[in-house]
Design a protein around this ligand. Structure first.
Ligand SMILES: O=C(O)CCC(=O)C(=O)O
Length: 295
């Protein structure tokens, strides 16, 4: 059997160093710089945005709604913003690995570009969580791909993952069993976070992790941001049982199927005995994990 597949199944993650060529990464970084400068100069009033994803739906997430000292934390749905991101989300090298890890079919699920600003610009820590808690499906053949656009070492706030945690339970992401807060109380649950592995790598390194792997990231102690593109993929027969704001069959069936990259349309979900906790109620509508986890 393929060694990447064996490693991923055992550990719940996989790192492929320099999978994306540096000249493509540099091209992407130039586009990001241009888009960010344009956005920062724009006089448009910032307001919380959410909702479902249509083809040209994307938005920037800011540290604050006020026009003073605001910094961009994230670009949501970069694949809808510029074709370079769309093409990256369909990159052959990435998709061939995703196909292998998901068992043969691939449907695009979600995209985001997290900047992880330096500490002094209020860059955010991401608390320990399992992505599965945010979007339960009928089976757990879902994964996230992370693409580093700059070199990332221990000091830049790399993604950290607890090996083999994808095989264990789904932890509560609710606060005192009341509101969904999108993070695990690791002390209460006696989770050994010191066993976490930092997924570091130079620009162009691509990491893959299972939707049930416990992960998070710390502060960025360097002076520049740590841009990381995250793309989510799911097997074609993994049916969302909750509308997470990404392409959803009950919202736009055609768009849901347009996101198939490898495989056939189906209305026959594969149901597996997976742990599910519905991520509701929420105290209010949060536009990003940053606000949600602060709650
Ligand atoms: O940007 C990061 O370091 C991690 C982000 C993450 O886990 C998420 O957005 O769900």
């Amino acid at each position: 059997m393929d060694k990447d597949f064996i490693f991923y199944k055992k550990k719940g993650f996989l790192v492929k160093k320099k999978l994306i060529k540096l000249n493509l990464v540099q091209k992407i970084n130039k586009i990001i710089l241009k888009e960010i400068n344009k956005e920062k100069k724009s006089k448009k009033k910032i307001k919380d945005q959410g909702g479902t994803q249509s083809y040209n739906n994307y938005h920037f997430v800011y540290t604050s709604n006020s026009s003073k000292n605001k910094e961009i934390l994230r670009l949501n749905n970069p694949q809808n913003k510029h074709k370079i991101f769309y093409e990256l989300s369909r990159n052959k090298k990435i998709i061939s690995i995703v196909k292998k890890l998901l068992g043969g079919t691939v449907r695009f699920h979600l995209g985001k570009l997290n900047f992880k600003l330096p500490n002094k610009k209020k860059g955010s820590e991401i608390a320990w969580h399992q992505d599965w808690a945010f979007y339960p499906h009928t089976n757990d053949d879902l994964l996230t791909v992370g693409i580093y656009l700059e070199d990332c070492n221990e000091k830049n706030g790399p993604l950290k993952i607890i090996p083999e945690s994808h095989k264990k339970k789904l932890y509560s992401h609710h606060k005192k069993d009341k509101f969904f807060v999108g993070k695990i109380d690791t002390k209460l649950n006696k989770i050994k976070t010191k066993n976490a592995v930092a997924l570091t790598g130079s620009a162009g390194t691509v990491v893959f992790f299972h939707c049930r792997s416990i992960h998070g990231s710390g502060n960025n102690h360097m002076n520049s941001s740590r841009p990381l593109i995250l793309f989510g993929y799911r097997a074609c027969d993994a049916w969302p049982i909750f509308n997470d704001g990404n392409p959803h069959p009950e919202i736009d069936f055609k768009n849901y199927d347009k996101n198939i990259i490898i495989g056939e349309k189906t209305i026959k979900p594969r149901s597996v005995n997976v742990p599910v906790i519905i991520p509701l109620p929420k105290k209010k509508h949060f536009v990003s994990i940053y606000q949600l986890q602060k709650n």
